[in-house]
Write a new protein. Structure first.
Length: 110
């Protein structure tokens, strides 16, 4: 049990942030054209099947939670920010993060 507590306390915050950013990217992709295209690879030969998600239900509370994660990762002390600091694409990553953040902010109702 002690090992599980340690594992989750070490990994959940990082995995939560990565998951939140992925969901936010999908939402931003959905907001642009009004649908989200997702490619599923199935079968022995990994045949691509494209799905078009045309309706997503998101509350202001959901958006605020995602926006809070975006605020956190832009802190120079944050682990994710630090991981991009030495990368030559750091500025591109930061611009990408800010563009998604702006897209989400535009869809807040209040």
């Amino acid at each position: 049990m002690e090992n599980l507590v340690f594992y989750f306390s070490e990994n959940f915050p990082r995995n939560f942030t990565q998951g939140a950013l992925l969901i936010a990217e999908c939402l931003a992709d959905y907001y642009r054209p009004g649908e989200l295209a997702v490619t599923e690879y199935v079968g022995k030969h990994y045949n691509p099947i494209e799905h078009h998600i045309q309706e997503v239900s998101v509350t202001d509370a959901d958006l605020r939670l995602l926006l809070e994660e975006f605020r956190k990762v832009q802190n120079p002390e944050h682990e994710m920010y630090q991981s991009w600091l030495e990368d030559s694409d750091h500025e591109k990553w930061l611009a990408h993060i800010r563009a998604i953040q702006q897209s989400l902010k535009q869809h807040l109702l209040s």
